[in-house]
Design a binder for this molecule. Structure first.
Ligand code: B12
Length: 421
């Protein structure tokens, strides 16, 4: 619904027009209300359709999801069990086993995916035909704002050989851009280097982007850049030691800032375009801290500064601490910091980050020309990006990773996101 701006009504109409026997819905905590509404409407209008819910929120709170009017709720990863669930129309809460060896899972069938709307990040289209690869699951770190769903707690990864095989298959299918959507693609630098060597050796000419972590490994960044990895998104989150500690981002909060700076230099020296995410609004943050952080990101060479308001989501350490300390009742599963504290400077800071990112426009364009195999697609969208600023941000703009639209800063009008009452 988010990628295509599909309204609730058009989803229900689609269901009426087709002859579905079963419907599966993925549920995020922030999208649970719309997911449950869809399930309830299907139940009322099409009582014979079997409904199953799954996804991060069902891993966290399967009971809550069961009330959402489904026949079954799958908690865990569905690959080993999904056929059985739908063929046998299983009922109730189903605990799915986690696949241990990810190399055994078949590659996604791209024909089932509508890829036309895929591949936009911050309004820039990555390449003309883009899809995604998941090369690992989970994350070895323990950031306090992240919901630690059970599937994430066990960090598992595919072999470089197996990932390469999927890349080759996608190349044969006509894709020229791939986003690696792992929580932390470069958690194991040696695996990444092995993959880069294969891509280089086989002369694959595709553009790759990834979500990763800032680590001091010049060799890895260099190899990535030379095998088509031209864009990275990483979580800087903050530089103020009290806040870095509050986020549990690094073993020594005093050293995080230096660590990021070193990695950013290595990444940008390799010409990889860099999006750095930051989280604004922590209780320990002043307006000056936020502005210092944003300006620092710009000064050290982050190309696009991606701003997020701190959200306390069920399943994260921060949510748990806030409930224990009586900041809100445990029934509230998703709370924005501005619901708890006045943070009048946030709008101004979102705008500052956007304006500084726009200032990097020429630099981003140069990087595209220098590093990308498909230069044409991103340049066309980059021109549109520049022409529409700041309208793009305020009217058609982004929330977090580019999903969910803001009518004005802070007000999200994404079709799937509804504020809690
Ligand atoms: C890639 C990714 C993205 C991508 C793509 C999102 C997408 N819609 O697919 C981008 C960058 C766009 C993104 C954006 C956001 N994301 Co995100 N993202 C991820 C990430 C890193 C990987 C997802 C993934 O592929 N996992 C691997 C697969 C195997 O797991 P899975 O998706 O959960 O699916 C399995 C099971 O859940 C189950 N399942 C899933 N659906 C269904 C449905 C049925 C019927 C059944 C039976 C089973 C089933 O089977 C699947 C296969 O094993 C996860 C973290 C994580 N490890 O999951 C966060 C995560 C899903 N994101 C999260 C969030 C909060 C967001 C944003 C809201 C961030 C923001 N502030 O903007 C936006 C929302 C965007 C949106 N509306 O979709 C949270 C969700 C938390 C929660 N409690 O709901 C996660 C868990 C990160 C975290 N730990 O905090 N995200």
């Amino acid at each position: 619904m988010d990628t295509t701006d599909m309204s609730f009504e058009s989803v229900i109409k689609l269901i009426g027009d087709e002859n579905f026997e079963g419907i599966g819905i993925s549920v995020f905590t922030r999208t649970r209300n719309i997911a449950y509404s869809i399930a309830k409407t299907i139940r009322a209008d099409f009582p014979n359709i079997y409904i199953s819910l799954g996804g991060p929120h069902c891993c966290l709170l399967p009971d809550d999801a069961m009330i959402g009017c489904a026949d079954s709720v799958v908690s865990g990863e569905a690959e080993l069990i999904i056929n059985k669930v739908f063929e046998e129309k299983l009922r109730g809460i189903i605990n799915a086993p986690l696949p241990k060896n990810l190399d055994e899972i078949p590659f996604p069938d791209q024909e089932l995916i509508d890829v036309d709307n895929y591949g936009y990040l911050e309004g820039l289209k990555f390449a003309s035909r883009v899809t995604s690869i998941s090369s690992s699951r989970g994350c070895p770190y323990n950031c306090s704002f992240c919901t630690r769903i059970k599937t994430m707690k066990s960090f598992r990864y595919r072999s470089a050989k197996n990932v390469f095989k999927e890349i080759k298959k996608l190349e044969n299918e006509g894709f020229n851009g791939i986003w690696i959507i792992d929580d932390n693609f470069n958690a194991l630098p040696n695996r990444v280097i092995e993959l880069c060597d294969m891509i280089k050796k086989e002369k694959i000419r595709m553009d790759f982007g990834f979500q990763g972590r800032f680590i001091d490994t010049p060799k890895m960044w260099n190899k990535l850049a030379r095998s088509g990895f031209c864009q990275m998104f990483g979580g800087i989150e903050h530089i103020k030691p009290e806040i870095v500690g509050y986020f549990n981002k690094y073993y020594n909060p005093n050293k995080w800032k230096d660590n990021v700076e070193i990695a950013v230099k290595q990444i940008t020296d390799s010409n990889i375009s860099l999006g750095g995410s930051i989280i604004l609004g922590s209780p320990q943050e002043s307006r000056d801290d936020a502005s210092e952080l944003i300006n620092w990101c710009y000064d050290i060479g982050v190309d696009v500064i991606n701003t997020n308001e701190l959200e306390l989501v069920y399943g994260s350490q921060l949510w748990f601490d806030a409930v224990i300390n009586g900041f809100f009742p445990k029934e509230r599963l998703h709370v924005r910091i501005t619901e708890l504290q006045e943070k009048e400077y946030l709008d101004e800071m979102f705008r500052l980050a956007w304006e500084l990112s726009i200032k990097n426009w020429g630099k981003i364009l140069k990087k595209i020309i220098r590093t990308k195999n498909d230069k044409f697609t991103p340049i066309i969208t980059a021109i549109r990006w520049k022409e529409n600023e700041p309208d793009y941000f305020f009217n058609k703009g982004h929330d977090g990773y580019g999903y969910g639209k803001r009518s004005e800063i802070g007000k999200i009008i994404s079709p799937t996101f509804q504020n809690e009452p």
